[in-house]
Design a protein around this ligand. Structure first.
Ligand code: GCO
Length: 254
């Protein structure tokens, strides 16, 4: 089914050392892509790369702290110089600070918006500039959230950042459509990862999620990963500016 394959593609994944990012990188490798893994921790990246190399794909690691938004362009140039120009970018890195809105510190607000929104924009710019310079088509897949369309108490900064991702995805899709760069987003529901660990370890919250979700379970990184492979593949060649909710039916009901 070559329409769903990624053979010959070079995919850069942020947040790639764990959770949804690692799940997406794993599926992309299984679909034939070579990878560049990005996160802050070199040791965690090497551990993830070690797992992924068993797929037979080329897997490079490029440690970087996405808080350093002003250094993204220079860092990206270095990555391209060392590993080649990615044709697919997955913005999966994200941070979460939970607090009632009146208790959110300016530092936590800025941290959330920096990593979850500003870094996505600046890295997408660097990716697009390189694709345009090389005359190369590109695919960008942003990781949005249920919070792109709704919210929950104590998630104001995260909700604002993920709401922004939904609209930024449309804006970049329109701006870069002339250059053959497709920009889409995947909005996961409640996925059992380290970011949501305080929630799934809470038996009351766990019971709420499994009851509230029409499919009756937490999602897994793999549930998110294969829709990402689809959006990166030739099968999605007429899709751009869209957000696909991979949420177990959460938003289909009240
Ligand atoms: C929360 C969760 C959610 C999930 C996810 C849902 O605190 O309610 O962290 O925000 O992480 O974003 O799509």
């Amino acid at each position: 089914m070559k329409m769903f394959r990624l053979d010959g593609r070079l995919v850069l994944v942020t947040g790639a050392s764990k959770g949804i990012g690692l799940g997406i990188a794993t599926a992309m490798a299984e679909a034939g892509a070579d990878l560049i893994l990005v996160s802050r921790s070199e040791s965690e990246l090497e551990a993830a790369a070690g797992q992924l190399r068993s797929s037979g794909r080329s897997v490079a690691v490029a440690p970087f702290d996405l808080h350093r938004t002003d250094q993204i362009p220079a860092w990206y140039d270095e990555v391209v110089g060392r590993y080649g120009s990615p044709d697919t970018l997955v913005n999966a890195a994200g941070v979460m600070h939970r607090a009632p809105a009146h208790e959110v510190t300016l530092e936590d607000w800025q941290d959330t918006l920096t990593v979850n929104l500003t870094a996505v924009f600046v890295l997408s710019q660097a990716f697009a500039r390189e694709c345009i310079a090389c005359g190369q088509e590109g695919r960008i897949i942003n990781i949005a959230s249920l919070m792109t369309a709704a919210s929950r108490r104590t998630t104001a900064a995260y909700t604002a950042s993920k709401g922004g991702i939904g609209q930024l995805t449309k804006a970049l899709a329109v701006d870069w459509s002339d250059h053959g760069i497709h920009v889409n987003a995947i909005a996961p529901g409640y996925i059992a990862t380290r970011l949501t660990e305080p929630l799934w370890r809470d038996s009351e919250f766990d019971a709420w999620v499994t009851k509230r979700c029409p499919l009756g379970r937490w999602g897994t990184p793999e549930d998110v990963a294969w829709p990402a492979v689809f959006l990166a593949s030739p099968a999605a060649d007429y899709i751009t500016g869209q957000t696909i909710f991979v949420d177990g039916g959460w938003l289909a009901t009240f």
